[in-house]
Write a protein that binds this ligand. Structure first.
Ligand SMILES: [Zn+2]
Length: 83
């Protein structure tokens, strides 16, 4: 699986809408076959969910804070993916 670097780049740089039909099919097929990239995608969506939560809250008093443990987990997830 030498294409993992391309795939993870596509996952992190582009939303699916920006990919062509064949790129999208290719990406999905790869994700079915490759557990490593599936995990990358799962981590990325977790990170994005946290990021959205941090930015989307209008009332600062309702803004949920990330615990130190959550921050550490996100940082570890990012570090694990940089190869
Ligand atoms: Zn892969």
């Amino acid at each position: 699986m030498s294409r993992c670097k391309d795939i993870t780049k596509q996952i992190s740089d582009l939303t699916e809408r920006e990919l062509s039909f064949w790129q999208r099919m290719d990406l999905r097929t790869h994700l079915i076959l490759c557990g490593m990239c599936r995990r990358f995608q799962a981590n990325l969506s977790t990170i994005r969910k946290f990021a959205n939560r941090e930015m989307s809250s209008e009332d600062p008093s309702e803004k949920p804070m990330l615990t130190l443990e959550e921050k550490t987990r996100i940082r570890d997830a990012i570090r694990r993916q940089s190869y």
